[in-house]
Write a protein that binds this ligand. Structure first.
Ligand SMILES: Nc1ncnc2c1ncn2[C@@H]1O[C@H](COP(=O)(O)OP(=O)(O)OP(=O)(O)O)[C@@H](O)[C@H]1O
Ligand SMILES: [Mg+2]
Length: 335
């Protein structure tokens, strides 16, 4: 079995971070690594867990609701970045969506964040949410995140019944005898988005949309179906192969752009390792690393760190033994 087949299941380790600590669970591979390095005792590992215990990234950290996320320079991805910039620059009537899809660690969040930056550069108003798997069963969490920071402006401009429906949904007001139903919340979200879109074009951005809670997704879909003229864009990132809401399906298919995020090139992987680890590798080692990681930047970084940790005298049977040779049979993934 190749390293990647061994590593993949461990990307779901986020659920093993201690839930009793009161902290939010990590949102991405980067966050996961930071969590692990900050609180290794809270994590239970499988046989190759050591690979995931790399040091936290050292540059460009930004706080995202308690979990720092790296917003460093994006290497490679020229086409994807070009498409994202084109998407946010396009002046179109009605809601349109751009969906980034790919496997764990492939770089979806990195591109998603670049999309947010591009939208802010164009003076768009960005509403963003990064749902966590642990909260995907809780009502209206995503809406709370999307509308954080704009409620003061939005709520007073809403008609009373819609305002009250949203306030109850977001736990800002007591529920009356009859709590608002899905339609009432959907109408309130539509009204709120229309109010916001009047002053600035909107980017509604959801990372890890597969974990968006069902009630938030339903309200968002209700609104999107009706946003035929408003300047609103939807930017989603989704881990492929995972079940969950598909809010872009509320839009006509011609208004949805899907972009599969594939492997990084060898050159981009080289630049990534140089920038993040501050060192270069010999060409054969780099090629082997790229091959073993299947071009996945998260795996490449972790494998390179593990290679560094193994040093020059790895233990017998260590899977990181000698990558500099022409072929490392154990590194071959089953294909
Ligand atoms: N193009 C890139 N340039 C620089 N760093 C990158 C790039 N792509 C990915 N990375 C780095 O690789 C790691 C994984 O990337 P990212 O978190 O974006 O993946 P993801 O697809 O969102 O993963 P997950 O499915 O776990 O959320 C991060 O450390 C990120 O900074
Ligand atoms: Mg991500």
């Amino acid at each position: 079995m190749g390293y990647i087949s061994l590593l993949r299941p461990h990307l779901n380790l986020r659920s093993t971070i201690s839930e009793g600590s009161g902290d939010e669970l990590p949102q991405s591979s980067t966050d996961l690594l930071e969590a692990i390095s900050e609180r290794p005792s809270a994590v239970s590992f499988g046989p190759i867990g050591e690979i995931l215990q790399g040091s936290p990234p050292s540059t460009g950290l930004r706080d995202v609701r308690g979990w720092r996320h790296l917003v460093g320079e994006v290497v490679g991805r020229e086409q994807e970045l070009g498409s994202l910039r084109e998407f946010v620059a396009g002046s179109r009537a009605g809601a349109h969506a751009f969906v980034l899809e790919g496997e764990a660690g492939i770089g979806k969040t990195t591109l998603w964040l670049a999309g947010l930056d591009a939208a802010r550069d164009r003076s768009m108003r960005v509403l963003s949410a990064r749902p966590a798997v642990a909260e995907s069963g809780l009502a209206h969490v995503g809406l709370g995140d999307l509308f954080e920071g704009v409620l003061e402006e939005m709520l007073p401009a809403m008609p009373a019944p819609r305002r009250s429906a949203l306030e109850v949904a977001l736990l800002l007001a007591e529920a009356g005898a009859r709590p608002p139903d899905a339609r009432a919340v959907g109408v309130a979200v539509l009204t709120g988005l229309r109010i916001l879109a009047e002053s600035e074009p909107l980017l509604i951005a959801v990372d890890d949309v597969q974990w968006l809670d069902a009630s938030s997704a339903a309200a968002l879909e209700f609104a999107l179906r009706r946003m035929l003229l408003e300047p609103a864009l939807l930017l989603l990132a989704r881990r492929s192969g995972e079940a969950g809401p598909v809010p872009e399906n509320a839009l006509p298919v011609e208004r949805v752009t899907r972009r599969a995020v594939g492997p990084l090139s060898v050159g981009a992987t080289h630049r990534l390792l140089l920038r993040r680890l501050g060192r270069t590798f010999t060409r054969p080692t780099l090629l082997r690393l790229h091959e073993v990681a299947d071009g996945n930047p998260f795996f490449a970084l972790e494998l390179a760190r593990a290679r560094d940790r193994a040093g020059t005298s790895p233990a017998p049977g260590d899977p990181f033994t000698d990558w500099s040779g022409p072929r490392c049979p154990s590194a071959r993934s089953p294909r």
